[in-house]
Design a binder for this molecule. Structure first.
Ligand code: SF4
Length: 226
């Protein structure tokens, strides 16, 4: 993959971070660096809208405040606590994960993406998200929203899936996300969260709102929409 021009990448990051510092969504899982709380939010968000997760997340954590509490629970009770969120396979995986963490990792959720990926229900995105959002490691976390933003901003038309606005080449997008990461893990945390917020609120799937986008001038699609 051709790296984005240094100047353009720098200004994309600077503008995105400035926008995020003013407009970040105040999501409850952003105020913690507790890996268990972060991983619960990531499992819930896998197939459920943010508004619904905001409702169920505190309830679930009240019932299972620690990974040890979750590991001790009966499968039927965990499933019951997940009711309303659907896709129960996630609850079963999270429960299995808690038991593996207690048994094989002394009750501490790992911070290294490779080890995270060995846990039940954890794919590349969730591993990157937990490493970045809980441990502030300098790791990329590419979900659908992030992939769409990066594809529209940096890939050329023809290498994107224009209907969905995302990339036809996931590996290329991951490489791009890594190349763009700020040097410090703390700023990488903000950068990853900012990409997600931009994808969820402005660079939306159907019709991107380029006219109000903070990185419009740094974006291949936005410049063409001018
Ligand atoms: S300018 Fe448009 S296409 Fe580019 S990132 Fe912003 S909203 Fe998305």
């Amino acid at each position: 993959m051709k790296k984005p021009a240094r100047q353009s990448a720098l200004s994309f990051k600077r503008r995105l971070l400035a926008w995020f510092r003013k407009h970040a969504r105040p999501l409850p899982w952003r105020s913690t660096r507790d890996a268990y709380r972060v991983i619960v939010s990531e499992f819930m968000l896998q197939q459920t809208q943010v508004a619904r997760v905001e409702e169920y997340y505190p309830r679930f954590l009240t019932r299972y405040p620690t990974v040890a509490d979750l590991a001790r629970a009966r499968p039927a009770a965990v499933r019951e606590s997940w009711e309303g969120l659907g896709y129960y396979r996630r609850a079963a995986n999270l429960h299995r994960l808690a038991r593996v963490v207690m048994k094989e990792h002394s009750g501490t959720i790992p911070g290294d993406p490779e080890t995270l990926r060995s846990l039940p229900g954890v794919g590349a995105y969730t591993a990157g998200a937990v490493a970045s959002f809980a441990y502030e490691r300098r790791e990329a976390a590419v979900d659908t929203n992030v992939a769409r933003v990066l594809a529209r901003a940096f890939l050329k038309a023809g290498t994107r899936d224009e209907r969905r606005g995302t990339s036809t080449r996931p590996r290329e997008i991951w490489a791009l996300a890594r190349a763009l990461l700020p040097r410090s893990g703390k700023t990488a945390w903000e950068f990853n969260q900012a990409l997600m917020d931009l994808g969820a609120t402005i660079c939306v799937a159907r019709k991107p709102r380029c006219e109000i986008c903070p990185v419009r001038r740094q974006c291949n699609t936005g410049r063409q929409a001018s």
